[in-house]
Design a protein around this ligand. Sequence first.
Ligand SMILES: Nc1nc2c(ncn2[C@@H]2O[C@H](COP(=O)(O)OP(=O)(O)O)[C@@H](O)[C@H]2O)c(=O)[nH]1
Ligand SMILES: [Mg+2]
Length: 441
Amino acid sequence: MKYGNTARQLHFCLLTGIRFGKRNLSFRYKNYLCHQTFNSEQFLIHTPHSNRLHIALFGRRNSGKSSLINALTGQHTALVSDTPGTTTDPVLKAMELYPLGACLFIDTPGFDDEGELGTQRVERTLKMVEKTDIALLLCDADEAWEASCRSWKERLEQKGIPIVPVLNKADLYTETEVEAQVRQIAGWCGEQPVVVSAKEHTGMEEIRQAILTKLPADYGEQTITGHLVKEGDLVLLVMPQDIQAPKGRLILPQVQTLRELLDKKCIVMSCTTDRLAHSLQALATPPRLIITDSQVFKTVCEQKPPESRLTSFSVLFAAYKGDIHYYTESAAAIDRLTTQSRVLIAEACTHAPLTEDIGREKLPRLLRRRIGEKLQIDIVAGNDFPADLSPYQLIIQCGACMFNRKYVLSRIAQARAQHVPMTNYGVAIAYLNGILEQITW
Ligand SMILES: Nc1nc2c(ncn2[C@@H]2O[C@H](COP(=O)(O)OP(=O)(O)O)[C@@H](O)[C@H]2O)c(=O)[nH]1
Ligand SMILES: [Mg+2]
């Protein structure tokens, strides 16, 4: 948390008027820092949670999950206690962990939690499964717990989540006793657990190595712009800074795309929609790719040079975070909607809706204009996503820059399993404008 602390210190200095170091910061820079620190998710020196490897710990109460997170991260983030049920909500801890890079540890309440609140806590833990890239499963050699460890292993396997079995509290046993426990766990688990002591911080390196070997070979290789650009390409970004644009900054998909294009050594130019024609005129050659905000797809499509390929931030994120093939295939379900149909719009952000909000106003308006005023549209935000999707004829997911890929793929898998078409904002808007064929991804 070195950087986080620096940010907080800066913020404190700015609020209290203390000079930072020997220099006074310029007004503009102060403003910038204040704004950025208030938006910590957007703070440019932080990797957003959505881009981190999500490592979740599962096990019964008191197995040492919170202690293990603290040992792995070298911090006391998670509350440790003898009293079962101390961890009441999943606790998230962002860390840079060599050699894994940017990680997000998820501490969960025990899967044996009981009572009415306990049941709710288990339900929250189950929701966390949907986001988990890799699971550390704390196993017990105790026969009384074997069945629940097994069923959790099966649950995680069904979701395709790689599992690292762990035997904790090794310090309490002799070497021979540990060996016997390892054999017993390996018997039902199919592999030997990593032996650790969260108390004495032993086995931490072995856990990191096990995580590395269990990760899918292509983990983290996905890029936002994929094969669409190469070094030296000229890329034009069309970014209307209208009423929904946050004050003084760009939104996360724009920042991430811009950063990636710079890393790929592209030449990047950006403009607002009203400056598109001027920007194109100012260029000696047409851009190889134009990336626009989906809301102005039609306008940009009408003005773009024939040589330039066109896409949107939301369409790029559809491919980056989700399954673009299912999204484009599902867009055709728009034609099958009637006034009796029900559509679900799922937004990742839980921001207070603004006027002309795309998910709450623009998309519903476009859909109702086409289908009829009576079309029923339900909107969910954040982690809320109904377990039963069968009442819906179509789901439209936002670009999901706040979610990790694993979570979006879990939602798509759920929709597929229930035979409900699912698309995303950008793809739906392109389809509604009749230009999906002209969009690239
Ligand atoms: N001896 C020993 N005790 C441990 C170890 N890990 C955790 N504990 C203890 O087990 C109890 C439960 O730990 P906690 O991390 O809160 O478990 P959680 O409920 O799974 O999160 C606490 O009293 C910890 O101090 C370990 O490796 N060795
Ligand atoms: Mg705990």
